[in-house]
Write a protein that binds this ligand. Sequence first.
Ligand code: ADP
Ligand code: ADP
Ligand code: MG
Length: 472
Amino acid sequence: MIRKILIANRGEIAVRIVRACNEMGITAVAVYTDADRHALHVKKADEAYNIGPESVAGYLNVHRLVNLAVATGCDALHPGYGFLSENPTLAEICRARGIKFIGPTAEVIRRMGDKTRAREAMIKAGIPVVPGSDGNLDSLDDARRVADKIGYPVMLKATSGGGGRGIRRCDSPQELENSFARVTSEAIKAFGSADVFLEKAIVNPRHIEVQVLADEHGNVIHLFERDCSIQRRHQKLIEIAPSPQLDEELRQTIGEYAARAADVVGYTNAGTVEFLLADDGNVYFMEMNTRLQVEHTVTEQITGIDIVKRQIHIANGELLGIAQEDVSRRGFAMQFRINAEDPKNDFLPSFGVVTRYYAPGGPGVRTDGAIYTGYEIPPYYDSLCVKLTVWALTWPEVLDRAARALSDIGVYGVRTTIPYYREMLTTDEFRSGSFNTAFVEAHPELLEYSTKRRRQELSVAIAAAIAGHLGF
Ligand code: ADP
Ligand code: ADP
Ligand code: MG
């Protein structure tokens, strides 16, 4: 029985996991670095332990975290996302020390974390993959040969990549030559492996991914898809469930592919299978994320299933207890990643003190945040400070609710992506529900909001002040 969990993470996801523990009567143990001593997850957890100085090192120290889990009497460890969540060594060491790792086995993490091995497994299972190289590339010459065969444009990708890094589109042999050394060295630095491979670049694709849950007794279900096409530099900004761009037939096909993918690799716990949907309606497997995802909230809102609690039940050895036909969905949910970044200044991180924070409310509004009034966002970590998730029965209603919630929320003292999202919601293209991964790059004018908006807001404020002064 899992009674006490060490949460090897920080920020909003650590808070999210504490909340699940609270509801289940499980003791939540937080860890924090010096920079995080005033963080919300530390305040919310039942116990909290310092794991070292400022910087990320503490959250990446496998042995220290597992030792702490053992020493504090935890029986499980939740890795969240990012940091060590896809590190097979952590899963292995947990197993060796008698701590249940809340995620799949080390073997599955290793296999699916290697994008070329994952592709091979999918090809064997009869799931379409993006046309590309057979395994890793040996050399630039090898890359040129493969690219000539599959045709430009191509995507050069780090085999162990993640978080939108280590990916470059190459439109010509010249670009491939220029990018090869760069992506290889980037891959070594960021992921500790120089392995790269090639895929055909799908032009203007939609990013569609499917949430799966698998217990330790061979039962696998999917919880429908999320549309994560609104991205900047291969990083997601807005996620939507279900996708407004799929018909029922395609929805079913993609869901079946995802469940089959999880099944053939012996997947356990929660995971996500990512696909690209091309203009011609073809779908291709892209990669699998062997962890909880940032955007799991939208799936929770449409299905009513608490994914984090399910993860803990599964890790506890329990049966899923839900058959595929019992998974239902209702309405639309949309999540906005509110990052402390200045959209007007190339999304430069904007750290510092949150002088005032007001969380929005009302029907169908959910926030998963890590900030509070007076909190200082440290410069060492992710710029994600709040996830705003809205739900409504219909697509037009979820758009209106999103606009309302984005005008309701207040984050002051740091710059955020909120005004950018407000602007995006006014465009016909976004509202039509038909967009692809090029949307953000294709609409630089949305970044021009502030002068226009601010002038409007200023004139409204001046008019109000004058009216007040005159006693209206
Ligand atoms: P999701 O797939 O859940 O949408 P992201 O790709 O945005 O998640 O990644 C979530 C967080 O984890 C981000 O902060 C990202 O920087 C980090 N991350 C994801 N993959 C890796 C990785 N392989 N190495 C380091 N950080 C990663
Ligand atoms: P990561 O592990 O960093 O999440 P992914 O392989 O999931 O990397 O790709 C991230 C994003 O890059 C996708 O969501 C998509 O927008 C883009 N992308 C990846 N592969 C392709 C491709 N073959 N063609 C077009 N876009 C792609
Ligand atoms: Mg991905």
